[in-house]
Design a protein around this ligand. Sequence first.
Ligand SMILES: *Cc1c(COP(=O)(O)O)cnc(C)c1O
Length: 398
Amino acid sequence: MNNPTSTTGAETVGVKLRIPYALPLIEDREIKEVIDTLQSNWLSRGPKTLEFERKFAASVNSPHAIGLNSCTAGLHLALLAYGVGPGDEVITTPYTFIATVNTIIHCGGTPVFVDIDPITMNINADLLEQAVTSRTKAIIPVHFAGLPCEMDKIQQIAERYQLKIIEDAAHAVHTEYKGRKIGSIGDVTCFSFYATKNLTTGEGGMVTSKDEEIADRIRVLSLHGMDKNAWNRYSEKGSWYYEVQEPGFKYNMTDMQAALGLVQLGKLAYMQELRELYAAMYNSAFSRNEALILPADSSEHRHAWHLYVIRLKEELLNISRAEMIEQLQEAGIGTSVHFIPVPHHPYYRRLGFAMEDYPETKRAYEAAISLPLYPGMAVEEVNYVIFHVTRLLAAHRR
Ligand SMILES: *Cc1c(COP(=O)(O)O)cnc(C)c1O
């Protein structure tokens, strides 16, 4: 583990570092827990998964949590559990990872996109109501980069039109909205523990819900639709007995994943402090740079800082976004672009969606670069990124 030490950044001149855009923070504790699990002989869903579900639920103030093999599985099962099917519309943002929308398609539903707010890059809650029709069943807000969506406005509209709120909280494992934990607000909240996410189990996901019936349904659907409670409730049969009421999926979490997750959950607050520190370093270094739009923050909420997305003001620069990414790569700095918007992808274009219909999404996408941000970074590495971004912008000012 790198220890943050203070540096001025001046010593980074002339030194070449290699900084990937994201890295998990896996230490001896995680490795030991996974080995213990392997030696326990219980590899699949078992006691560790149950413990992780219990502790994760408590950490987000939700009564129920179900460990899954991905956030994508969670989104899919949440939509199915609420009966989303052919003819039903689900409103979401076009500025998200493809999983958010593919799962609507998997259910036979129709995605309806509402453009983003150009400041927060989240779904524009003020445009939401005009997208509601008699076929709308649910809204999937995505807390982009870890900044919460405007949940008060979204909840008002959901109540007015009897819609379900299924949150895509893949970036929002530590996010709070007005003091409320993400995971305790919507009908179902789906978290991702993919390798680059703030809390990782390699691959993995978790859904939380206040609704016991829906939580049970998601749990059953995640294991082939096999209902073990059937014998508890209705029969005298033994522990070998189960019933299948509908064809479910194989989406469960394993105890090897949960072993990783338990250690990661225990150090989440500490990992978040480092993310916050590094985001604050970027903010103060870039705040007076006129060629940049910085990520939004809010004192009202807690930002999980999953991503640090800068946007280039190309009208002030004679370097394109693509060239900037290339130049940073040459300096050893890995970056990414979040996201290639859903309507940009050929499959969705063939369904009739077009980028031109979402002008704020298009503009944000064309300008966005995600800089490295993760707890395993050293302060020197953050300063190195700041140095090179600042250098390139200064060299290419119009
Ligand atoms: C990573 C991500 C997902 C998918 O998570 P998996 O756990 O890989 O299925 C969904 N939505 C968003 C916004 C993501 O960034």
